[in-house]
Design a protein around this ligand. Structure first.
Ligand SMILES: Nc1nc2c(c(=O)[nH]1)N[C@H]1C(S)=C(S)[C@@H](COP(=O)(O)OP(=O)(O)OC[C@H]3O[C@@H](n4cnc5c(=O)[nH]c(N)nc54)[C@H](O)[C@@H]3O)O[C@H]1N2
Ligand SMILES: Nc1nc2c(c(=O)[nH]1)N[C@H]1C(S)=C(S)[C@@H](COP(=O)(O)OP(=O)(O)OC[C@H]3O[C@@H](n4cnc5c(=O)[nH]c(N)nc54)[C@H](O)[C@@H]3O)O[C@H]1N2
Ligand code: SF4
Ligand SMILES: [Mo]
Length: 663
């Protein structure tokens, strides 16, 4: 039997969070007794976060799934009985073999996302496994793809500046990102810049906690960011603040961009965006004179129909103004592409499955009986589509199909797992080995298991090794150990990885990619500017209110923690936040119950008057599970699964229109 050694074991957080903190687990008698942030790690700096400080409670929670479970009640009833691994694997083998024989492997659909973003457990073996079987696959586009496309189109690369270089900036524009909530370990860098005299500006439709800590808050009308960029470019041009030499040497298409900005004088821009003309003029001037200047953005504005265009606009501002010439200046966004390139994962993802569906469309795909072949089996890991996917009523309708053979690999009986035929129990981050990348800084970390897998839990990779064996896949690539997979990645000949070895990661816990801080990053690029399209493409609607459903709670991480009361906010239920002027209009007192609906679904929620919103804009927090709502469903019943005609990109979660009335 495998043995673990008591003492302190280093690991790293697996959550889909830009910060990738490095932690130390104290193990006593085989039990993890303490978990804390590593002091020597530059961004963790000794502190985890309110979501993960109680992570050991999650690991040892009595509701953890510790054995394979088979459904005994009706789908969704949550009635399961424990079975052995061999019985579970037998059943999967038999059901899948029959499906493959009758309808072909494309009738099997794997569905996974970023439940763990560790490179090894997230998808290396699962991709190999499903590709070898020849199943259908999903496009994993709900987070970061539109931002990537928009930035890439203008910059010629999806890369942006090292987030830690923001400390050099003197104007920092947090554009549609709620740093203090979603990326809290960046805040000290911003404070450092501010101590050195930087001005911090937040552009957001909502006065978030981050906005409240900024020097200037620009409360923009939802989705009008392209018009704001055009207004800023208009002022730069009008006031002679554009550097002809920079534009000549570093851009193409600047003339087209400036021309598309012609109609956007400050008064016109104010009418569209809701931001005062004088503020637009101030920001344009500040951005070019108070240098270095940087824009920071993650995914907030991308979750819209015009998400790509908004990111293209946001990338255009530092490019036309020459912000890139200064160390600390430019666009600062997800660093995912750095390690995807270094580890060659961009290539791995190109393996062509037989059929792909944008994961936003899960509901319609599951209920579409005209698909050839229709989906007969769904395998979910690293995700909770019953909560996170748009058009939730149709997702649940699909999951309720009696003839759909659904397997969910999970730590808990989530809202998705409740509809499974089989639940496979999986390990948590302190029970398996992984290589932890970050999308908010340029460090990677080695996550060593600190304790043995609890009960009969197995890591994702172990499950795919067992399944490969059952399904008769003989290629040795299906059976590589986690350590072999990590070593192979680290041995790739990429300059960012020079000197980073498995042994060094074991010794130090983490390493920074070989990229010198404080360089002007893309100063040799030629930016591909173009005219921008300010139509904010919010579909005309008969409903009166725009609904946003972003991350809101400090102790939630996507769909992960709403089942634990210790993680609840002080008002412990999902509420409908309404601006007081709208609430008065609707006759809804604070605490009253409202019905919120559109053509896709409805929710009944308690009203919270919140002057941090703007009239016409309401909000329901994302992340709560079904059971937290009187309707037994959560906010994604209201969001649409529509994606672009090429099936690319995120669902426009934030372009949601609703009607509201007293319940
Ligand atoms: N309305 C609305 N919807 C949204 C969003 C929004 O802002 N508003 N945000 C979108 C965004 S940006 C994202 S990234 C997605 C997030 O979508 P998901 O990635 O699906 O969400 P998570 O809750 O992070 O993770 C899902 C599950 O992974 C499981 N898990 C963790 N580790 C492991 C493991 O090692 N193995 C296995 N098998 N499972 C594991 C967890 O228990 C958890 O239940 O949601 C999207 N949906
Ligand atoms: N506590 C906590 N932290 C998290 C998560 C979590 O669930 N909880 N989830 C993690 C994940 S998966 C992700 S992707 C990141 C996301 O990190 P962020 O991108 O920072 O977060 P979001 O909340 O999606 O959006 C940020 C802001 O965009 C604003 N916004 C909405 N529409 C517009 C618009 O049209 N224009 C502008 N300018 N702003 C707009 C919203 O009001 C919101 O305040 O957070 C990660 N960190
Ligand atoms: S969720 Fe984010 S902030 Fe919290 S410990 Fe994990 S990486 Fe750090
Ligand atoms: Mo995300």
């Amino acid at each position: 039997m495998q043995r673990m050694i008591d003492g302190v074991v280093r690991g790293a957080c697996h959550h889909d969070c830009p910060d990738t903190c490095v932690w130390e687990v104290t193990v006593d008698d085989g039990i993890a007794v303490e978990l804390r942030g590593m002091v020597e790690h530059p961004t963790t700096n000794g502190q985890l976060c309110p979501k993960v400080n109680r992570f050991l409670d999650r690991v040892y929670h009595p509701d953890r799934v510790l054995t394979p479970l088979r459904r005994v009640g009706s789908k969704g009833s949550g009635e399961f009985e424990p079975i052995s691994w061999s019985v579970a694997l037998d059943e999967i083998e038999q059901r899948w073999s029959a499906i493959i024989e009758k309808d072909g492997p494309a009738a099997i659909l794997p569905y996974s996302f970023d439940g763990t973003q560790g490179i090894i457990q997230k998808g290396l073996l699962s991709r190999r496994f499903f590709a070898a079987l020849g199943t259908s696959d999903i496009r994993r586009h709900p987070c970061g793809v539109d931002a990537w496309l928009g930035a890439n189109e203008i910059l010629g690369t999806p890369k942006g500046i090292d987030p830690e270089d923001l400390r050099l900036a003197r104007t920092i524009v947090l554009w549609g990102t709620n740093t203090l909530l979603t990326n809290r370990h960046l805040w000290p860098v911003i404070e450092e810049a501010r101590d050195a005299g930087a001005v911090v500006v937040v552009i957001d439709p909502v006065r978030t906690t981050t906005a409240e800590r900024a020097d200037y808050f620009l409360q923009i009308r939802p989705g009008t960011d392209v018009a704001l960029v055009l207004g800023l470019v208009h002022v730069l041009d009008r006031d002679g603040l554009l550097d002809a030499d920079w534009i000549d040497r570093h851009t193409t298409g600047a003339g087209d961009l400036v021309e598309s900005a012609m109609p956007w004088d400050p008064a016109t821009c104010e009418a569209e965006t809701g931001i005062a003309a004088t503020t637009i003029e101030w920001l344009a001037h500040t951005f070019v004179t108070n240098r270095p200047s940087a824009v920071r953005s993650l995914v907030g504005p991308e979750h819209r129909r015009n998400g790509v265009e908004i990111m293209a606009a946001i990338a255009s501002l530092p490019s036309i103004s020459g912000a890139w010439r200064d160390p600390g200046g430019g666009l600062c966004r997800s660093t995912q592409v750095w390690w995807e390139e270094a580890f060659g994962l961009d290539v791995e993802q190109l393996a062509q499955p037989s059929r792909t569906f944008n994961m936003a469309r899960l509901g319609e795909v599951l209920i579409d009986i005209d698909l050839d072949p229709p989906i007969r089996s769904l395998f979910v890991h690293n995700s909770n589509p019953a909560v996170i996917a748009p058009d939730q009523n149709r997702v649940v309708e699909g999951l309720e199909r009696n003839d759909l053979f659904t397997v969910v690999a999970e730590q808990f009986v989530t809202d998705t797992a409740r509809y499974a035929d089989l639940i496979l129990p999986v390990t948590t981050q302190i029970e398996h080995l992984d290589l932890a990348p970050a999308w908010g800084h340029l460090n990677i970390a080695l996550n060593k298991p600190a304790i043995l897998p609890r009960g009969e839990t197995k890591s994702n990779n172990e499950i795919f090794r067992l399944l490969a064996d059952r399904m008769g896949l003989h290629d040795p690539s299906h059976y590589e150990s986690d350590e072999m997979l990590i070593r192979a990645l680290l041995e790739r000949p990429h300059p960012l990885l020079d000197g980073i070895t498995y042994e060094r990661l074991e010794r130090d816990g983490w390493a920074r990619f070989n990229h010198e801080p404080g360089l002007a990053l893309l100063q040799h690029e030629r930016f591909r500017l173009r005219a921008l399209d300010p139509n904010h493409a919010v579909a005309p609607s008969t409903h009166r209110f725009q609904l946003i459903s972003t991350k809101r709670h400090v102790r939630f991480l996507n769909a992960n923690y709403s089942q634990f009361p210790a993680h609840h906010p002080s008002r412990p239920e999902p509420e409908l936040s309404v601006h007081p002027s709208d609430a008065a209009d609707l006759g809804l007192d604070d605490g009253a119950e409202a019905r919120v609906w559109n053509e896709r679904g409805e929710l009944h929620l308690r009203v919270h008057h919140d002057e941090r919103l703007q009239p016409g804009l309401v909000s329901v927090p994302f992340g709560w599970g079904h059971a937290a709502h009187r309707d037994g469903r959560s906010v994604n019943v209201l969001t649409s699964s529509a994606v672009r005609s090429d099936d690319q990109g995120s669902a426009a979660y934030l372009d949601t229109w609703v009607s509201i009335s007293p319940a």
